[in-house]
Design a protein around this ligand. Structure first.
Ligand code: 13P
Ligand code: ZN
Length: 267
């Protein structure tokens, strides 16, 4: 069977990036079993032939209505599919979907009829928000980093910006490369529309949000940049946890040091 990636090097390059990041998520230990999901808006790579491609699935409801997504196409990890398998065989463990004209449903068009992630409502809501923001963001990742999820089990860290300030103070890079910090979404049922809505509300202020006792979501211009933000925050969390396991509370950089960094790098 002919793949949608054949003779489409730009689209293939986007899928290669997804596969590369899926491998990192597995190597990091953030992607047990089918844990986590990735989606990329690939509409800019869609030509007339793709637009004419018939659906290979029935039409499924998104669960919410997203007018900003009219005419859009996405590559998504399949539900119940493993990140480590997405890394090796992306087109067998993910699929390209087309949003229907009602902006409330979608159909799968390529390569195989792999049903997209159960967190599709959250992913597509994030994409609708990214389009509305007009910053050219195209990628979203949800993953289960051990250190960051563990921290959300402490109610103190769920208070607004407590975790952000703590993580920024662990290593200057966190402030520099995750300048908006980390939003908190109180626990909601996985895969629910309520979780999707709370996520986009938090994205008003942040590029990375924690789902309490579940995982993290990040958005970015491409999947590498979305991954990098989570990686930087997880590194800071590890520094904190390592210091605690050595028996002391890390002193952290001072507010003056952080402000100096903010001024120097125009953050
Ligand atoms: P999916 O396998 O449906 O993508 O679900 C994984 C997950 O992390 C749900 O939150
Ligand atoms: Zn999850």
């Amino acid at each position: 069977m002919k793949s949608i990636l054949e003779n489409r090097p730009a689209l293939a390059a986007e899928i290669d990036k997804v596969a590369e990041v899926a491998g990192y998520l597995w190597q990091k230990g953030w992607a047990e079993r089918n844990g986590g999901n990735i989606s990329v808006n690939v509409t800019e790579h869609v030509d007339d032939e793709i637009r004419r491609m018939p659906a290979i699935s029935e039409r499924f409801p998104i669960g919410t209505v997203l007018p900003a997504l009219k005419g859009c196409y996405f590559f998504c990890k399949g539900t119940n599919r493993r990140m480590r398998d997405l890394a090796r065989r992306p087109m067998e463990n993910g699929s390209v979907i087309r949003i229907a004209d009602d902006c409330a449903s979608y159909e799968i068009i390529a390569d195989a009829a792999v049903k997209p992630t159960s967190e599709l409502a959250a992913h597509l809501s994030m994409h609708a928000k990214m389009i509305a923001d007009g910053k050219g963001y195209k990628a979203a990742v949800h993953t289960h980093p051990i250190d960051l999820v563990a921290m959300t089990h402490n109610p103190e860290f769920l208070k607004k910006d407590v975790l952000t300030e703590l993580l920024w103070s662990m290593i200057p890079e966190t402030r520099a490369f995750c300048p908006k910090g980390l939003g908190i979404v109180p626990y909601k049922m996985p895969s629910s529309v309520e979780l999707a809505e709370a996520t986009i509300a938090a994205l008003e202020e942040y590029d990375v949000v924690m789902w309490e006792k579940h995982g993290v979501c990040a958005v970015g211009p491409d999947i590498f940049e979305a991954f990098d933000q989570v990686d930087v925050l997880s590194k800071a969390a590890q520094i904190y946890l390592t210091a605690r396991s050595m028996g002391f509370r890390p002193s952290g950089t001072t507010r003056e040091q952080m402000d100096e960094l903010q001024r120097a790098f125009d953050l």
